[in-house]
Design a protein around this ligand. Structure first.
Ligand SMILES: *[C@@H]1O[C@H](CO)[C@@H](O)[C@H](O)[C@H]1NC(C)=O
Length: 358
């Protein structure tokens, strides 16, 4: 599969760099030294007393609620920057095997997926896409895609009295009903702040983020099991009666809040057919949508829009041969191309139907 680079990831990287400065700065401040302060005449009072600024005046021990211990490896060094740059993390992400029945959509990003179509998440014991794939296939209703990644989290909550907890590496899978592409991998974590003292902040960051898309597309009501996905759009000739069967295309922009959904095309196709039936032209046969091709149009590797091409009749997958084009300096490519045929009427004229073998 292709590897993608996306502008939004670059923007997120800028935001991340700004955040990083905070903890990096904190990292450059020497660790506080606990001083021994004699403040009384009796021996017991010579016990070392913390002079750290977070020590409470009433000397009640601070409680720092513990958080889940991750099963992932610690980064080296155990800082936010170390977590983002750990070569072992990158090797794990880049070397992960793609599970059967899936397409790898992106690898080794520093953002996890966010946006519409979220189902749930699991924390897992191993960085192994096959574990997430199994859950997606068997226990999560409507799951079509998943994202696996390492998340840097604190071993305790972060707070005024719980500054900069030790980090742990959680391995997470998030599950999605929609295709997750790299341009949705915009969740780069956040800084857990403690009042105003940045030296106590904890930086949650993401590493080794990989995306996978199921090839098992659920059928849409009233349509046959889709064919695909292909990396080409349908390029249909005239049919055997010399009729151009293409009706029109409708596009839906892709953004962080709107994903690729075959349902968009299903609705466009149904709406077209309804409109055609309500507005018949005397003496002309109805041209209703009986087949559509849904695909993702990529511009220079960035998801641009979902395109729905509607036809009066079904066409064979062998015609999915339009792989895009170069326009000026821009390269347009096609991916996630799927075809759906009306279940009760493929629209193919009887005269054009292939003879059925005995
Ligand atoms: C399938 O095609 C028939 C004939 O045009 C139409 O009546 C029916 O509504 C279509 N089904 C769907 C799900 O669009």
């Amino acid at each position: 599969m292709k590897s993608f680079t996306f502008a939004t990831v670059a923007l997120a990287a800028v935001a991340r760099a700004q955040l990083l400065d905070l903890e990096e700065l904190a990292d450059s401040v020497p660790a506080p030294v606990i001083e021994s302060v004699p403040f009384g005449g009796n021996a017991q009072e010579l016990t070392p007393v913390s002079r750290l600024r977070f020590a409470k005046r009433d000397s009640t021990p601070a409680t720092c609620p513990s958080q889940a211990v991750g099963k992932g490896p610690d980064s080296n060094p155990p800082t936010d920057v170390g977590f983002l740059n750990d070569p072992d993390f990158a090797a794990t992400a880049n070397g992960a095997a793609t599970p059967d029945g899936y397409i790898n959509t992106f690898k080794n990003l520093h953002g996890s997926i966010e946006g519409a179509g979220y189902k749930t998440f699991h924390t897992v014991d191993r960085y192994d896409p096959a574990i997430c794939a199994k859950a997606c296939d068997t226990t999560i209703d409507g799951c079509n895609a998943f994202n696996i990644f390492y998340e840097r989290n604190g071993l305790t909550a972060t707070g005024k009295d719980c500054p900069k907890p030790s980090p742990t590496t959680i391995i997470k899978c998030t599950f999605w009903t929609v295709p997750v592409t790299a341009d949705h991998a915009t969740n780069v974590g956040n800084l857990v702040t403690t009042d105003t003292e940045s030296t106590k902040d904890f930086h949650i960051v993401i590493s080794a983020s990989n995306g996978y898309l199921s090839k098992r597309w659920d059928p849409l009501p009233g349509y046959t099991q889709p064919n695909g996905p292909f990396d080409g759009a349908i390029n249909a000739p005239k049919n055997c009666e010399g009729t151009d069967t293409f009706i029109r295309s409708q596009t839906f922009p892709i953004s962080a809040s709107s994903s690729y959904k075959p349902e968009n095309c299903q609705k466009a196709c149904n709406d077209q057919a309804d409109y055609e039936r309500k507005h018949p032209v005397a003496g002309k046969a109805l041209r209703t949508c009986q087949f559509f091709n849904s695909y993702l149009l990529m511009k220079n590797g960035v998801a641009q829009s979902q395109v729905c091409s509607m036809y009066t009749q079904a066409w064979d997958s062998s015609l999915a041969t339009n792989f895009g084009q170069k326009r000026g300096n821009d390269q347009y490519t096609i991916t996630f191309s799927l075809t759906y045929t009306n279940q009760t009427d493929s629209g193919v004229p009887a005269t054009c139907a292939a003879p059925t073998s005995e």
